[in-house]
Write a protein that binds this ligand. Sequence first.
Ligand code: DGY
Length: 323
Amino acid sequence: MVRPSVLITRRWPEAVEQQLAQNYDVMLNRSDRPLTPDEFRDAIKRYDAVLPTVTDKIGPEALDVAKPQTKILANYGVGYTHIDVERAKTHGIAITNTPDVLSECTADLAMTLMLMVARRAGDGERELRAGNWSGWRPTHLVGTKVSGKTLGIVGFGRIGQEMARRAHFGFGMRIIVFNRSPVPSGTLAQFNAVQVDTIEDLLPQADFVSLHCPGGAANAKMINAARLDLMNDDAFLINTARGEVVDEAALAQALMFDTIGGAALDVFEREPAVNPMLAQCDNLVMLPHLGSATREARQAMGFRVLDNLNDFFDGKAPRDRVA
Ligand code: DGY
C-alpha cells in the first residue's frame, strides 16, 4: 500500500519525527529554514499532507495552485491565523491544530512574564551580569507586589483559564474576564471570576492585563493607544497571544512616557524582527515566543498532529479539525 506523503516544514522533536516516518512517507526539513511561498506552492502540488507551524505564512500566494495534491494542513500549534483558511477551504483542504496540550505551559510562561515585569527581574539580571550590583539596599530595584492584585484576562479559552487558575489559586488574585462570547457561569465560578462586557470595562479595573485571545485580522491592534490610555499608570500588560493584537508603536509610546507601569511580551508584530522602539524601554520584558517551549509540550504537540493525521488518513474525523 502506498503511504501518504507528508512534508514537515520545520524540525520537530525527534521522537515525533521518528514516529511520523514509520507511518508515512515523510520529508523532513533538516536545515530548519522557513520555506518561501514558492516552496509552499510546490509542496501543496506534491504532498498529501503538509505540517506547517506558526512561522509558515500560507497565504493566497502559497495556495495559488490549480490542482493541489495536499488534502490536509495539520498545523503544529494552536494558532492558525498564518494560514489563509478561506483559500484552503476553496481547495477542500482540511486544517487541524493542537489545542490543550500547550495550555499549561503557555500559562506558566505568562505567569513568568507577569512576575518578571512586576518584580523587575529583567533589570536585576541585566545589572548583575553587567557587574553593576553594588549590594542590598532598601530602595534597590523596588517592584510591584503581585499577590492579591486584580488580573484582567482578555480571551477566556483554555490558556486564559489556566492563567486564571495559577493567578487565583497560587497568588490570590481577583480575576476579571473579557471574552467575545459569554463564559458559562460554572467556569467563572471555579476562579471566582467576573466577566465584563467590554475591554473598556476591564482595562481601568486591572492591575495586570494578560492577553489570551486569537490573533488574525479580527483582533489586530486590539490594544491600541486609546485602550492603553484606559490602563492605570501602574498597571502591566502581558502578551503571550499573538504580536498583532498589540499596536507596538502605541505600546512603546506608553512605556516611554510611563502612562502604564510596564509590559511583558512573548510575541511580536513582525517576528523575528523586534520594533527598535521597544528595545529602548526598560520597563519591558521580552522573550522570543517561548510560550509552549517545554520538552513536554513540544512533544505532545507533535503527537497531537500525528493523531489528527492518522484519523484523517483512516477516514475518521480528526478531533482538532478547525476547517
Ligand atoms: C501556538 O501554538 O500557536 C504557539 O504560538 C506556538 O506554541
